[in-house]
Design a protein around this ligand. Structure first.
Ligand SMILES: *Cc1c(COP(=O)(O)O)cnc(C)c1O
Length: 660
């Protein structure tokens, strides 16, 4: 019996780039920056001018040509600028439309992405709008303080503050900088007061309020009455009384709240804004000199539009967000008869998420359903194998769901028998391997046929078969370094191949990383498939590398990665759009990824010591005659050369399609 390589679905002839765009739901997360081009590649539109379209695979090819290691993070700096502009324009429009008689002064929370070039770009784009910064720790304060462009630009200092941080903030105020410590805990105020007295200087300050309104979803615990941050209302009143007694009501300049990141529902934002504005109005009437009302971060990003419940989507646009804040504050202030404050938001995610794309090469695929071309079940094979081959042979004659299910049950039973026979020593390893290939071929055919029968029945076996037949695509990256939120809190990110989008992605894959951790995989995808545990992928070709794009990676993920398995930061490149360049882009900067020796140094292994130990070993082996001196020295050179290398694979000697 000859069995051809089975299970390879032919590309659907009527497949199109539009269908790929729908399948990967590009419109739901990509707009206005990403689309699928007519050539079947991901295209990037980082600037307002629709004519400027950048071919993502071309960027990757150019970077590879320049020696940038894979995986790589590609930053579209123009997208950062565009997002800053869009946010400020949204508020400007809302202010204009509502007749709000004050300004918007956003601050960028640098914890979202502290990379110097990101902060510089955001500040530069925000200059015309008076955009400031927000910091939440000592190191962030130190970085932000020296980067404020002028005395007017606001720096909001959140987070728990020790005496040293508070002291530095007071000094910055002495220098004339607009730096406000936001009191998160009452003791901070007491420290600040003592410090101010000792310097003969009464500092300005802000205060964070613990609202009754709480956010929802994954990040909700940063808000609500039980959050770890902010003053309760009794604490606030105690603070006010103290300021009042000292004649210092004008020093309290900013009122702050933060609902947590990725606010999914606009109603929650309106509720919180209403609550904090009431507090603002009361305090203002009491004579507190509040200038700023800061509603925190939380402006969300559509990772998958329409999935508000999975925290993957939001139910509002940036304009609606701005309207909600501006109109709500105005309404409450008008009703209370107090002047409206300067509005502050601390949007981070919404500014940075879209600008960076992680490009990850697929190193190999583990596919389960292939018989080798022309493979035969040998004459003398065990009866159980012949039985399985017979099931395979009858499949073309079956057409009813019931018949196919029966064949599946039959095959499963035989497969179980084969396993027992192997355990008992009646089957050889070769036969066992052939049996596996036969079984998976049977499964693939049955699944394809079942899916093709469109009678509305969805037997549970389909799910079982899908899991059994999922391909594993081994990707050169670490979930722990590059997608920590996916691993830790199950946040989904859009992932898709960046090329071949005019071809039907006929395989159902799961992406696994190169860490030695069974958790090192992506287990939730954004696609139009009903089952989001799989990603549709293309069959790998020998001739071309297959790249996955991980999108919306610019917020948080860049910075939170850990050193699991000592994979370090990936290489990155900063790209600008320019219609005058042949391919509409130019590369401004390349930052190499972490080298092996840098990663090792973080855990206290140092090159000198390691190299000394290794050379002692080699010398001893040469002396003992185990290797010739020349071979010993080659081995040592090889070891030494690794210190400078990237921590990732780069390649594993061409593409591999494993057949298991
Ligand atoms: C994290 C954080 C932000 C940023 O939130 P985004 O959802 O990224 O906009 C803003 N303010 C505070 C206090 C934060 O802790």
């Amino acid at each position: 019996m000859s069995v051809e390589a089975l299970g390879q679905k032919l590309p659907e002839s009527d497949w199109s780039t539009e269908r790929s765009a729908d399948l990967y739901r590009v419109a739901s997360w990509g707009g206005p920056y990403f689309s699928v081009s007519a050539a079947g590649n991901v295209a990037v539109h980082p600037v307002d001018d629709v004519g400027v379209s950048i071919d993502l695979p071309a960027v990757v090819a150019e970077l590879c040509k320049r020696g940038v290691q894979l995986p790589m993070l590609v930053r579209f700096q123009d997208i950062l600028r565009m997002q800053v502009k869009r946010l400020n324009e949204a508020f400007a429009d809302a202010i204009e439309e509502s007749g709000y008689r004050n300004n918007f002064r956003g601050v960028y929370p640098i914890k979202v992405n502290q990379l110097h070039e990101v902060v510089d770009e955001v500040l530069d784009a925000g200059r015309e709008f008076g955009l400031g910064l927000e910091c939440g720790s000592k190191a962030e304060l130190i970085a932000a303080l020296a980067n404020l462009p002028d005395d007017e630009t606001l720096l909001v200092c959140n987070g728990v503050k020790d005496q040293m941080i508070l002291s530095l903030i007071v000094s910055a105020q002495q220098l004339g900088r607009n730096v406000l410590p936001v009191i998160e805990r009452y003791f901070e105020y007491e420290t600040l007061k003592t410090l101010g007295w000792s310097k003969g200087f009464v500092p300005n300050l802000g205060v964070r309020i613990r609202l009754a309104t709480s956010g929802s979803g994954r990040w909700a615990s940063s808000s609500g009455l039980n959050s770890k941050f902010g003053l309760s209302l009794p604490e606030l009143m105690r603070l006010i009384e103290e300021l009042e007694a000292g004649g210092l009501l004008d020093r309290l300049q900013l009122l702050h709240c933060h609902l947590g990141s990725q606010i999914a529902d606009i109603a929650v934002l309106k509720q919180a804004t209403k609550e904090i504005t009431q507090i603002y109005a009361e305090l203002t009437k009491r004579g507190v000199g509040l200038k700023y009302l800061d509603v925190g971060g939380g402006l969300g990003v559509n990772y998958d539009e329409g999935h508000v419940n999975r925290d993957a989507g939001i139910n509002y646009s940036m304009q609606e967000y701005a309207n909600a804040v501006v109109f709500t504050v105005k309404e409450v202030c008008d009703a209370q008869g107090v002047p409206v404050p300067t509005l502050v938001t601390e949007s981070g995610r919404a500014i940075t998420a879209q600008h960076s794309v992680l490009i990850v090469p697929v190193l190999a695929a583990q596919v389960r359903d292939q018989l080798l071309a022309g493979e035969q079940v040998p004459e003398g094979a065990h009866e159980s194998l012949k039985g399985l081959a017979a099931v395979l042979a009858t499949l073309p004659e079956l057409s009813e769901t019931q018949e196919l299910l029966e064949a599946f049950h039959d095959a499963k039973e035989r497969e179980t028998d084969i396993r027992s026979l192997f355990m008992l020593g009646y089957l050889g390893l070769d036969e066992r391997a052939l049996a596996d290939r036969l079984f998976w071929s049977v499964c693939r055919q049955i699944l394809d046929r079942l899916e093709a029968i469109d009678d509305g029945s969805l037997p549970p076996e389909i799910g079982e078969l899908e899991i059994l037949l999922t391909d594993q695509y081994l990707c050169d990256f670490s979930v722990f370094q590059s997608m920590l939120d996916h691993w830790a809190i199950g946040q989904p990110f859009p992932i898709m191949p960046i090329a071949r989008l005019s071809e039907h992605p006929s395989r159902r894959g799961v992406l696994v990383d190169i860490t030695c951790d069974s958790d090192g995989k992506v287990n939730q995808y954004i696609s139009a498939l009903a089952d989001n545990r799989f990603l549709p992928v293309h069959t790998l070709n020998e001739s071309e590398r297959y790249f996955m794009g991980f999108f919306l990676m610019g917020a948080y993920e860049d910075i939170m990665g850990d050193a699991h398995n000592l994979f370090g930061r990936v290489a990155e490149a900063h790209i600008y759009a320019d219609a005058d360049e042949p391919q509409n882009f130019w590369i401004e900067k390349i930052i190499p990824g972490t080298a092996v020796q840098d990663m090792l140094a973080q855990v206290q292994y140092f090159p000198n010591d390691l190299q000394r130990r290794m050379s002692e070993l080699v010398r001893a082996k040469i002396q003992a005659g185990v290797v010739r001196p020349s071979v010993g020295m080659e081995i040592l050179d090889q070891y030494m050369a690794c210190f400078q290398q990237s921590t990732y694979c780069g390649s594993i000697g061409g593409l591999d399609q494993d057949i298991v």
